[in-house]
Ligand binder design. Structure first.
Ligand code: ADP
Length: 161
């Protein structure tokens, strides 16, 4: 069985992330979305909240599991029996750090490969931080966030004011 891990902070999950999850779920028998604890210093949502949001929007994908982990990614992948890490690539600027990270993970776990899926054109500019910025100005988020999480996101923006 081919198992892949898709790691990220997903604070919050965007339509760009969801697009990568849907595409990767068609390639692998099982895709585990791994919410990192430490990647963002002051996240808007707790790891548990982010897991719940991702579960809510991936309910239509039976081979997708969602977990949070404080572990080193290579360790998490090994424990789960995964042989591939999936990453999304937007601009060239993503490439350098992602390339370095894939080499580190390969060093830590030689049997682990990183596979990059190119972002679709309509999501090239989309990031969680851009969505937070837009949310602060009450912009329409329907092209950026999954429908099911928009209200929760807006409520959190308002609560943080
Ligand atoms: P962000 O940069 O939005 O805070 P994360 O750290 O949560 O993202 O990203 C997790 C993974 O998803 C990374 O591999 C990142 O490159 C990828 N990703 C983020 N946004 C998009 C997008 N709009 N399209 C494709 N991949 C994306």
């Amino acid at each position: 069985m081919s198992i892949a891990v898709y790691p990220g902070s997903f604070d919050p999950i965007t339509l760009g992330h969801l697009n990568i999850i849907e595409r990767a779920s068609h390639i692998f028998d099982k895709l585990i979305v791994c919410v990192g604890y430490n990647r963002s210093k002051s996240p808007m949502f707790t790891a548990g909240e982010r897991v719940e949001m991702i579960r809510k929007v991936t309910g239509h994908l039976p081979n997708v599991e969602v977990e949070a982990s404080p572990e080193l990614l290579a360790e998490f992948a090994r424990r789960k029996g995964a042989c591939v890490i999936v990453k999304g690539l937007r601009a060239v600027s993503d490439f350098e750090s992602e390339f370095a990270m894939s080499l580190i993970n390969k060093k830590l776990s030689p049997e682990l490969d990183t596979m990059f899926l190119m972002a679709e054109e309509r999501f090239l500019y989309l990031s969680s931080s851009a969505v937070k910025e837009l949310g602060a100005y009450h912009a329409d988020l329907s092209d950026f966030l999954p429908r099911e999480v928009i209200e929760e996101f807006k409520a959190r923006i308002d609560a943080r004011r």
